[in-house]
Design a protein around this ligand. Structure first.
Ligand SMILES: [Zn+2]
Length: 154
């Protein structure tokens, strides 16, 4: 279970020092723990997208390019991508937002983007789709894909 929880207003994140759950609203200039005032670190793991509304809010409000991995639990290559996408998230915390959409749980999004095969990865920037690619790939190749999609932004 991820320590990050996405909804339509922002992220709920766990304070690394005291364990307090904090809501960090989209667009917040700085994020501090409401209890111990520790600065909350940027997301360093993939954010699971629970529904279409949260997805739109994330895409529209993210301060950095957003990589979205469309996957499903029964898909073998998706399982190969999972640790790679997690690596991309931890290596690029604060520069890149990494999210995952389970197409079984949120089929509306798969339909909306016309996804025919998974895994399919997207890069969104400033609310718009910048690029998409299909198939499993290692972390370095995912990063190269993002760099190519949003030159100068990552
Ligand atoms: Zn705290």
């Amino acid at each position: 279970m991820s320590t990050l929880q996405l909804d339509a207003t922002g992220l709920i994140t766990t304070c690394p020092k005291c364990g307090q759950r904090n809501r960090v609203t989209f667009g917040a200039r700085e994020a501090r723990c409401g209890k111990c005032k520790t600065e909350l670190p940027p997301a360093a793991e993939p954010i699971e997208v629970p529904d279409e509304t949260s997805f739109d809010a994330l895409i529209q409000n993210a301060a950095h390019p957003v990589v979205v991995d469309f996957w499903a639990p029964w898909c073998g290559p998706c399982r190969m991508v999972a640790p790679e996408i997690a690596r991309v998230a931890s290596a690029n915390a604060g520069r890149l937002v990494v999210a995952k959409v389970n197409t079984d749980d949120v089929p509306e999004l798969g339909e909306r983007f016309g996804i025919r095969s998974i895994p399919t990865m997207f890069v969104f920037d400033r609310g718009r789709e910048a690029a998409r690619t299909s198939g499993a790939m290692p972390a370095a190749q995912i990063e190269a894909f993002v760099r190519g999609a949003v030159p100068g932004r990552f």
